[in-house]
Design a protein around this ligand. Sequence first.
Ligand code: HEM
Length: 523
Amino acid sequence: MFAHVPLSPSLPWVALVLGLATTVWLTRNYFHNGLNKYPGARLASLTDWWRFYVVWTRKAHFRYLDLHNQYGDVVRLGPNALSFSNPRAIKEIYSMSKKLTKSDFYPVQMQVSRGEVLQSLFGTQDEEYHGRLRRFVSNAFSMSSIVRYEPRVNETAKLFIDKTEELFATTGKRCDMKLWLQFFAFDVITEVTYSRRVGFVDRVEDVDGIVEWLDKIFQYMAPVGQMPFIDKLLVKNPVLKWLSKHGYIDNSSGTARFSKARMSERLQEIADRRAAGVDEVYQRNDILTMFLESKDKDKTGFFDDRLILTMTTSIALAGSDTTAISLCATLYHLLRNPRCYGKLMKELSDAIESGLIADTEILSWADSQKLPYLDACIKETFRIHPAISLNLERVTPPEGMYIDGRFIPGGTIVSCNPWVVHRRKEVFGEDVEVYRPERWLVDPTSLSDLERLNEMKATMLHFGGGSRTCLGKHIAILEMYKLIPSLLRKFDLRLTTDEEWDLENLWFVKPRKFELDIQLRNK
Ligand code: HEM
């Protein structure tokens, strides 16, 4: 008897309604805020799923570069997203004074600890909160503080060199440099944060599986960041957060767990020393003690233990991959360009012979600053291989603003991609795809050379820009300027293949594989 009762509209009607709704949605997306006047891939103007797909392929930096080469300075990357490549746009989007906020891409990278989302310096969209937090922590990352940490970096660099000799140079075993340098960068970062090397290099081990965890999490965060609502259904799902907060499950991020463990070890050590009459907090030995000092001095209660954990978690998330990639890229480009490799080696040996720099196994920071060709090689690495190369997204203020001479409505996602802007021919020269450190060496008496140099510097986005520029850049630079020459002086490094390396972009642009043959150098 129920066979004749219509329980639901017939299928064709459902299909028609769905079809109409989809058409309306796609049309609205296409014409959104008049952005249809900007060129780009047709699908990009209809849905963010296009961007999700491009990022998911892990080749977004190449795709976006092709699109800018094809369409020019402004390319539409989504219904509400524009990518700019003219250096003028960098100054406008990342200017200190204009205060554009970060897009919804960033909170996806916020880590979770026991159900609580850690509102990080990197991920926050609240500019006031950001400014306040950054004021509390920036002292610990200033160049003068970093140079105080130098002896710690020396210790880890020395161990790294010794272990490289023992494990690879004397055995002839091939070195997975990508992983090995990440172990180094992780040990340095824990050394300068907690006065204690966790032991990645000592034990030749991925401690707590954190490197593997980081690899996995970016496979999630990079594509999901293109469609951030997905994060609220998955990792930041309110039910999961509630369950974790009340102890039924633990959805804490690997980096939060790692940092919590390191912090409690170090805090216990500080307490033990205090009981023995030594107060380390005001000795400013490491980043954590600098944070504790800031907390002590803060009478408002803002900079509390939770924020300290948030900061140490950010350091674990941001401080190793980026530096290891930049170290790998420097070695890779030098090895593929024997002319530059030879020139750098000559600069080093001449400087030692002439007494310009000391003949020490680990170069001091001060000595590394006397080597202009080394400086040029590292700058050229940052240009040709910026470690972060998805677009650095910002949102225009409600009243809209002019970018590169065009009025962009309020609430639009606007951005530049470091990989793209570092290849502007009018700034860097016609040979942008060539690794040529000499472009950074200018005649200091030539005004036009100095102007060109300034223009190149202003177009570099490898550490981001404006108020959200990289907090840890001095640590990374210190590591690179010390380790690269120290490694090259001790070892002969060889690529194991003539083929170009295969790069994957999941926010960080990493080689899929980077192996080297290593031998002791005949001096
Ligand atoms: C060569 C190595 C590094 C590179 C290429 C790099 C790159 C960047 C870039 C491009 C940004 C800006 C992202 C944006 O605006 O969307 C950034 C921000 C940041 N980086 Fe780095 N980074 C490096 C090393 C480090 C290290 C060693 C640390 C920590 C010790 C660190 C901590 C941070 C933090 C906390 C932020 C957020 C700053 C803020 O929003 O105020 N980075 N980094």
